[in-house]
Design a protein around this ligand. Structure first.
Ligand SMILES: Cc1cc2nc3c(=O)[nH]c(=O)nc-3n(C[C@H](O)[C@H](O)[C@H](O)COP(=O)(O)O)c2cc1C
Ligand SMILES: C=C(O[C@@H]1CC(C(=O)O)=C[C@@H](OP(=O)(O)O)[C@H]1O)C(=O)O
Length: 373
């Protein structure tokens, strides 16, 4: 099982949801960078389980323990390792699931691939729990991007079930520090307070009915310079696509106008160029800030769709892997009635990780060019 990503900067996740701890080791971060630990803690708090009717009742503090790569308030340049203890595990919830795999969770596929040796408690390394260290890494990446380039990343719940929030506009004027702080204070990260109230009622009802709900998260990014990303395999969409699809339960990724392009004509979908003072900008931004895999200086917009959590109390069809007969299953335990509410900082985090990689690749190429000149 390989759980490593990145070339310029490498991220390695470890641990299992019901093991003693989970965490991440990050290689090749810039020595001397002074992370704002309070900001990292605030990002962790936005994702952690155990709050509200719209979240699993598993209660974890999600406090990080940095065990290497950090000394006298700064990164040392050595691998940075952050550890998160698992404190509120209840593995009895998972005893029968090895024999009766949940429809659409990783129970069956992981059991087959790892010949039954995978840790089934809390779905082991496949759990959404592993997004805690991802948020740590991504929030750190976001701090580097913000301090060096003024890049700002903001996410919100665009849709949960049949409830919609106002969208991030093409020019991403809502991507401000004030909105970052305002959304972090809200019970759920929607712009619209009315949508929050509607979502709370709808989610409580779905949960009561033993069901779960899907949704989508939209991200806006401002401050990106022109020229990050490479064509074909190393484009920004390719890079981010892999990271966004790494988040458990993500089933679709869109950039800019995304699937809406299917119903458009070129005369409407093209983003006309114009001069603004000495800067080339586009009149519209259906492309979401990326052309040919390369940032064009306009704000970036992307959207990811999450499936409803597979673990539901309603009776479902499954199989008995011991007796090889059909069976029925009703999942007990503590589960998220929807994933999107807690996953906003996760999607922001993987976006930051991808952009930091693009920055590092761009810097490497620039270095080579200057050496060859
Ligand atoms: C933050 C977060 C929390 C999640 N919580 C749950 C949950 O409580 N119950 C559940 O069945 N799935 C939950 N999931 C989704 C599963 O982890 C995911 O569906 C599973 O690993 C299978 O992966 P796949 O849906 O990408 O195929 C969560 C995912 C994330 C990102
Ligand atoms: C623990 C977290 O979320 C978990 C993600 C998850 C899943 O199937 O992905 C299932 C539940 O696990 P458990 O049965 O152990 O409570 C969630 O609580 C977390 O996000 O930190």
């Amino acid at each position: 099982m390989r759980s490593t990503w990145g070339r310029a900067i490498q991220y390695s996740l470890f641990g299992e949801s019901h093991g003693p701890a989970i965490g991440i080791t990050i290689h090749h971060l810039p020595a001397g960078f002074r992370p704002d630990l309070d900001k990292l803690k605030a990002a962790m708090a936005r994702r952690k389980p155990g709050t509200g009717v719209y979240a699993t009742k598993r209660s974890e503090k999600d406090e990080f323990e940095i065990v290497s790569g950090f000394y006298q308030e700064a990164l040392t340049g050595a691998p940075l390792t952050a550890l998160f203890r698992n404190e509120d595990t209840r593995s009895s919830d998972y005893e029968s699931l090895k024999r009766f795999p949940r429809p659409s969770h990783a129970d069956f596929s992981a059991n087959e691939k790892y010949h039954g040796f995978n840790d089934p408690r809390g779905s082991g390394h496949f759990s959404g729990r592993l997004t805690a260290p991802l948020v740590f890494a991504g929030a750190l990446a976001a701090q580097i991007l913000e301090s060096e380039h003024g890049i700002r990343i903001l996410g919100h719940v665009a849709q949960v079930g049949d409830i919609f929030d106002a969208g991030i506009d093409e020019m991403a004027s809502q991507v401000t520090q004030a909105n970052q702080m305002a959304l972090a204070q809200k019970e759920m990260p929607f712009f619209s307070d009315e949508a929050i109230e509607q979502a709370k009622t709808m989610l409580a009802k779905a949960h009561e009915e033993g069901d779960s709900v899907g949704g989508s998260i939209e991200i806006g990014v401002t401050g990106l310079p022109v020229g990050w990303g490479d064509p074909v395999f190393e484009g920004i969409e390719s890079l981010l696509g892999q990271l966004l699809f790494s988040v458990p339960a993500v089933k679709a990724v869109e950039f800019g106008a995304g699937t809406a392009f299917a119903g458009m004509r070129g005369s409407k979908s093209n983003d006309p160029w114009r001069m603004e003072d000495d800067k080339v900008v586009s009149e519209t931004n259906h492309s979401g800030g990326i052309n040919g895999g390369i940032t064009n200086g306009m704000p970036m917009r992307l959207k990811v769709t999450f499936r409803p959590a597979s673990s539901i109390a309603l009776t479902q069809q499954t199989v008995d892997l011991r007796e090889h007969v059909n069976a029925e299953l009703s999942v007990t335990g503590r589960h998220d009635p929807t994933i999107v509410v807690r996953a906003v900082p996760v999607v922001e985090a993987v976006t930051a990780i991808g952009l930091l990689e693009a920055k590092a690749n761009a810097a490497e190429l620039l270095g080579q060019f200057q050496k060859n000149k």
